[in-house]
Design a binder for this molecule. Structure first.
Ligand SMILES: Nc1nc2c(ncn2[C@@H]2O[C@H](COP(=O)(O)OP(=O)(O)OP(=O)(O)O)[C@@H](O)[C@H]2O)c(=O)[nH]1
Ligand SMILES: [Mg+2]
Length: 442
């Protein structure tokens, strides 16, 4: 009802506002070709995030979507009828459509058809805030659109319309659009390369100067990654019960037992994540690749089937971007599984999950539950990278002592006439730096 009322006010608003409201005025009919046991719950969540009203759904169970029309012939008639009955203004498919499928569907239904990829791209576009995030989304959108223009073009080609000298104004326009899109794509790529270069320099700088362990949060969208970052570090990253709320990576420090860790929250993953997005967000996703430890955050309140699907999807993307190989991360360490939202499940289910994922840590980030256990586990993961050392730091070298405090947390120290005797466990790459203070026999 409200949607309708808003619709009737549209003409009184300036044009750009009008366009912003367009999504809210749509009445979407969801369509999916699914395996048995699957549903359109996630597409519904995506549409809710995009603030599009859902008026109904139609599911077809078949092995593969129809290559020409997505749905089979009979279902297509059913869809058309249902769309009419429900007064739908838009059909949204659960899969990415080929340009041909999209064109055919729109032709048969006589209404706009939006696919899952376009919907996700749209959500990303709304949620992108940083300059880099905006460039990345624009790049992905342009590539998606270019593929569609090419599809249309090759279609005309096949009909023999596109030969040299036979081009009408329509085709010329397509060519111009394609050229413009390509130019812009090259420009965006170059700018993103620059940003990536700067990032790499900064990263190398950081690594040289600090040797603070890097921990990255990875996981399905809405798993609670940002909530966990906030709970562990006191950060204030935005948290929303919406998909893809976080697009820009945020790094904050976690202090535990006197040691410092850098924790990075980044964009969430989803099943059938548009390929162009993975590519465009490559630089951002690399943040996860370079981590010393990956935390795979999972919403544990889901059933077994959903758990399997979301965990598989996350692992697929991680493999795709090179962050996971043969089950281990870039630094040869397997990701630490964090089962979040455990406040939503009962004791029996917790026990079940303990048996099924013996290495996992169960937490409820929103309730600040299990955070100590998790921090201790993170500490343990880095234990193997530490070397016990005994150093005698002369009094004039007070700066080195302060630095050691930073790097090794709580120090055992003893004041001697010739300096401070320090017993500490240092990251092994750093041991050489303090070689001159090493004591063999004390
Ligand atoms: N019940 C419960 N809800 C939680 C918990 N942790 C997070 N949530 C809720 O889950 C929703 C998503 O949380 P976020 O922290 O934004 O999730 P995210 O993984 O960062 O999501 P994206 O940035 O969209 O990828 C929010 O509504 C949170 O309040 C938890 O431990 N228990
Ligand atoms: Mg987030």
């Amino acid at each position: 009802m409200t949607k309708r009322q808003r619709g009737s006010q549209r003409s009184t608003h300036p044009h750009d506002l009008d366009e912003q409201r367009a999504a809210a005025d749509q009445r979407a009919l969801m369509v999916g070709v699914l395996e048995h046991g699957d549903d359109l719950g996630e597409l519904r969540e995506l549409l809710r995030t995009a603030e599009v009203e859902v008026v109904g759904q139609l599911v077809q169970h078949r092995d593969e979507p129809h290559p020409n029309t997505y749905l089979g012939e009979g279902k297509l008639d059913e869809l058309k009828e249902l769309a009419h009955e429900l007064d739908a203004t838009l059909v949204v498919t659960d899969d990415e459509l080929s340009p041909r499928q999209e064109r055919n569907l729109e032709g048969r239904l006589g209404m706009p058809v939006l696919d899952r990829t376009a919907l996700i791209l749209d959500i990303f576009a709304t949620h992108a805030h940083s300059a880099e995030g905006k460039l990345q989304v624009e790049l992905a959108q342009l590539q998606y659109n270019l593929a569609r223009m090419r599809g249309l073009w090759s279609h005309l080609d096949r009909l023999g319309v596109g030969g040299v000298g036979t081009r009408g104004p329509g085709e010329t326009q397509i060519e111009t659009d394609r050229r413009l899109a390509r130019d812009r794509i090259s420009k965006l790529r170059r700018r993103l390369e620059d940003v990536k270069g700067t990032r790499a320099v900064m990263r190398a700088e950081r690594a040289r100067s600090s040797h603070v362990p890097n921990v990255a949060l990875a996981g399905y969208t809405n798993a609670g990654k940002s909530t966990l970052l906030n709970a562990l570090t006191g950060a204030e990253v935005g948290v929303q019960n919406r998909l893809f709320h976080t697009l820009d990576p945020t790094t904050r420090t976690l202090r535990w037992n006197g040691r410092t860790y850098l924790l990075t929250d980044t964009v969430g993953f989803i099943r059938k994540l548009p390929h162009h997005l993975v590519e465009a967000f490559g630089a951002t996703l690399e943040e996860t690749v370079i981590a010393d430890l990956l935390l795979h955050v999972v919403d544990a309140s889901q059933d077994d089937e959903q758990l399997r699907a979301v965990m598989g999807a996350v692992e697929d993307v991680l493999k795709d971007i090179g962050a996971l190989k043969d089950g281990v991360g870039a630094n040869g360490v397997a990701p630490l599984l964090v089962l979040n939202k455990c406040d939503l499940i009962d004791d029996a289910r917790r026990e079940e999950l303990r048996v099924r994922f013996p290495g996992a840590v169960q937490v409820a980030a929103a309730e600040r539950e299990g955070l100590g256990t998790l921090a201790a586990r993170i500490e343990r993961e880095f234990e193997a990278t530490l070397r016990p050392v005994e150093l005698l730091v002369p009094y004039p070298a007070g700066a080195a002592l302060a630095e050691l405090h930073e790097l090794a947390g709580d120090l055992e120290q003893e004041h001697r006439p010739d300096g401070v005797l320090v017993r500490a466990r240092l990251p092994r790459q750093l041991v050489a730096r303090y070689e001159k203070y090493r004591v063999e026999h004390v």
